[in-house]
Ligand binder design. Structure first.
Ligand code: PLP
Length: 370
């Protein structure tokens, strides 16, 4: 099976953590006892430095260490959401975020995207219409501003600013889920939404899943001390694994995270180029925007190809891809698939897309014969 479905790390580029693990084990009382609820100070400080590199000003008290960004999202829902409350999401959006939010029984307000990201004019009209009919304002807006999952789009600076203005005007908080920001192959970074925050409106969610390895299960929340305290109070794990936190803190402190990110970018850039070329060759008639970073290609199929049927057919040919429908909170257009170029090497990517192309051609041929 060639796996082009999930956003997994490239196995050839996982960090070597043997030295750091030995050092963490040697610090027995720190790594092998219960740790502090908010996380190890060294790791919180390392996250502060990491964020400063992107222009985000934070102090240790703004940082809560969690078991991955998804955990941070769940904690934010625990703090801010009652069943029936509304959350704004883009259509499409990160499918696992949808699953997490659904467990909190939310109502989704779905706003479309274009090449600049979430359409803020559409968002504003929806907020205004809700207000006029007396509906409660949404509690949260969730977005992935850099190399969006699944579309790969980066939200423009003007829209980042506007979203903060709307949050202030309508009183919702913004969850800025930004795991792919540093996995940029080219182009100029756009400042994080958090840098435009005029108060306490933006909650940053970060993770080492895409810059080191997802199995470490280390992420963070960046918010005001008051929000961080409320989220920490919902944390039922007696603190995130201190042994692994120590390993990750060491990797940050000795510069290995930055070195690792450089390698990941070089590798995944080649994967992306390989996949784009293969898609153009083997899926003629479909459309793909080339993302400047991240893990995914979002492919729009021609109208005569049903995405779910293509995914099933590809599975029979031992290639796994994601149907785009998983990424929509509302009605599902049947014309999209998501392809991850992160996990497979270039040769596997070429083989996988060629097999997908075989499925695609046979479906189109059957369609035209009918
Ligand atoms: C948008 C988005 N957020 C967060 C994550 C990672 O979450 P975690 O830190 O829980 O591994 C992913 C990984 O697929 C993602 O695509």
């Amino acid at each position: 099976m060639i796996r082009l479905g999930g956003g997994l790390a490239f196995p050839g580029e996982l960090p070597n953590i043997v030295e750091e693990a030995a050092a963490a084990a040697a610090m027995r009382s720190e790594g092998l006892q219960y740790g502090p609820l908010y996380g190890l100070d060294d790791l919180r400080d390392a996250v502060v430095d990491y964020l400063a590199h992107d222009g985000v000003t934070a102090g240790r008290d703004n940082i809560l260490i969690v078991n991955g960004a998804k955990h941070g999202l769940d904690l934010a829902c625990r703090v801010f959401i009652e069943p029936g409350d509304a959350i704004i999401v883009s259509g499409p959006t990160y499918m696992t975020a949808l699953a997490i939010m659904k467990t909190h029984e939310v109502e989704f307000i779905v706003v479309a995207q274009d090449a600049q990201g979430m359409k803020v004019d559409e968002l504003e009209s929806m907020l205004d219409a809700r207000r006029r009919r007396g509906a409660a304002p949404p509690k949260l807006l969730f977005d992935v501003p850099d190399f969006h999952n699944p579309t790969g789009i980066t939200l423009s600076e003007a829209r980042r600013r506007r979203i903060v203005e709307l949050a202030v005007e309508y009183g919702f908080r913004i969850l800025e889920d930004d795991p792919y920001r540093r996995v940029r192959f080219e182009g100029t970074p756009v400042a994080p939404i958090k840098t435009f925050d005029t108060g306490d409106y933006v909650i940053g969610l970060g993770t080492v899943s895409k810059i080191l390895a997802p199995g470490l299960r280390i992420g963070w929340v960046n918010a005001s001390p008051e929000i961080v305290g409320r989220m920490a109070a919902q944390k039922c794990d007696h603190g995130t694994n201190p042994f692994v936190q120590r390993i990750v803190a060491q990797l940050f402190m000795n510069g290995k995270v930055d070195e690792h990110i450089d390698r990941v970018k070089q590798t995944l850039r080649v994967h992306r180029d390989t996949m784009v070329a293969a898609v153009r060759e083997h899926l003629p008639g479909s459309m793909v925007e080339v993302p400047q970073g991240g893990y995914f290609l979002w492919v729009r199929l021609p109208d005569d190809v049903d995405a779910d049927a293509l995914v099933r057919r590809a599975g029979e040919l031992n290639v796994e891809v994601n149907p785009g429908g998983l990424s929509f909170a509302g009605p599902t257009p049947g014309q999209f698939i998501r392809l991850a170029y992160s996990f497979c090497n270039p040769e596997e990517i070429r083989t996988g897309i060629a097999r997908l192309g075989e499925a695609y051609r046979s479906m189109r041929a059957a369609q035209h014969a009918a």
